[in-house]
Design a protein around this ligand. Structure first.
Ligand SMILES: O=P(O)(O)O[C@@H]1C[C@H](O)[C@@H](CO)O1
Ligand SMILES: Nc1nc2[nH]cnc2c(=O)[nH]1
Length: 324
């Protein structure tokens, strides 16, 4: 089985087919791969072949499930499930609420693949590794990326449980000089200097707004700007004030690197944040204003039905338009 070494050269592994760095049973990020996280095209192709041959399917839509939103993959029919640990050269999920499974099957007539578990920078993975599965999706045949996340609401109009359709982002990790596209560029994926204006597909946003209306949740659906910070700590009040001044509506720890990678290889992107907590932008002693992951997961569980319906109906739209 082909792998890659720390120089980014294609190398052959010792035959167990994967190098996830978790042989002792503990799920920890593979720190040995930090030096060079750029996966050669051939390795991504091998992973994609493993999935398409193993499932006998070529998905058109890829879904990334946010924290606690794994149920988005549970609505997929006749699923073929791959545990990340069994996929060659795939990282492992280390965060609660991210099961670490790739689910391929049918949703509303369309062939889809869903990641029940994404990779975050704070897990110790470099950004290129965090978003490598997006390139795998591309080589599996995926044209549309649906990225979902749990996020803190900074916009004072947002309530817990609301859905924010992302129409733009502020990439704080990018401000700090970090990008999933760092390192050698392979033009088979995309250009060295991709433009990111119009990254979030307007047609899909408009369709999602319409779907929200027919679901009767229009007052809980917003269109806004997301910002990704490195995490794993939540933000200070001063940071939240600064983000608000920058025009950010919701803050999280993911998605942006996936969107950059998807746009680089010309996928159409739809993304939304489930607002799992309200971010305090004033100083207070109240403990219940502090964000915590248990609350994030509980809100995601409460709102999974609405999130699943939104995703399923948007998939149906895409599929029926393609068929007509
Ligand atoms: O994977 P997402 O972005 O949905 O998860 C958010 C960010 C952190 O991983 C976690 C914090 O509660 O939720
Ligand atoms: N950075 C960040 N990520 C989150 N994920 C869910 N809630 C939050 C939050 O308040 N801040």
């Amino acid at each position: 089985m082909t792998g890659y070494n720390s120089n980014g050269e294609v190398a052959t592994s010792n035959g167990n087919g994967h190098s996830n760095g978790h042989s002792n049973g503990h799920k920890t990020a593979d720190y040995t791969a930090q030096e060079n996280a750029t996966y050669p095209y051939e390795v991504i192709q091998e992973i994609a072949d493993f999935i398409t041959k193993g499932s006998g399917m070529r998905p058109k839509i890829g879904i990334i499930c946010g924290s606690g939103l794994g149920s988005l993959a549970e609505i997929i029919q006749d699923p073929k499930i791959f545990e990340y640990e069994k996929i060659p050269n795939f990282p492992v999920s280390t965060v609660e609420g991210h099961a670490g499974k790739l689910v391929i099957g049918t949703l509303e007539g369309a062939t889809v693949m869903a990641m029940q578990g994404r990779f975050h920078f704070y897990e110790g993975y470099p950004l290129a590794k965090c978003s490598m599965p997006v390139r795998v999706m591309k080589l599996c045949g995926v044209e549309y990326l649906f990225a979902t996340n749990a996020a803190g609401g900074i916009n004072p109009r947002y309530a817990v449980g609301d859905i924010m359709l992302m129409h733009d982002h502020v990439n704080m990790l990018g401000f700090a000089g970090n990008s999933p596209l760092q390192g050698p560029n392979d033009p088979r994926f995309g250009p060295r200097f991709p433009a990111l204006v119009n990254s979030y597909n307007k047609e899909l946003i408009n369709k999602a707004i319409e779907i929200g209306k027919t679901m009767g949740i229009e007052s809980n659906v917003h269109v806004g700007v997301y910002s990704c910070l490195g995490g794993p700590n939540y933000e200070t009040i001063a940071e939240l004030k600064a983000l608000r001044m920058m025009g950010v509506d919701a803050v999280g720890m993911s998605t942006v690197h996936e969107v950059i990678t998807a746009r680089h290889c010309d996928m159409k992107v739809f993304a939304f944040s489930l607002i799992t907590n309200k971010c305090a932008t004033e100083y207070s002693d109240k403990k219940d204003e502090e964000a915590n992951h248990e609350e994030v997961m509980a809100v995601a569980k409460n709102r999974q039905k609405a999130c699943c319906e939104l995703v399923a109906r948007l998939v149906r739209e895409i599929h029926s338009n393609a068929a007509s």
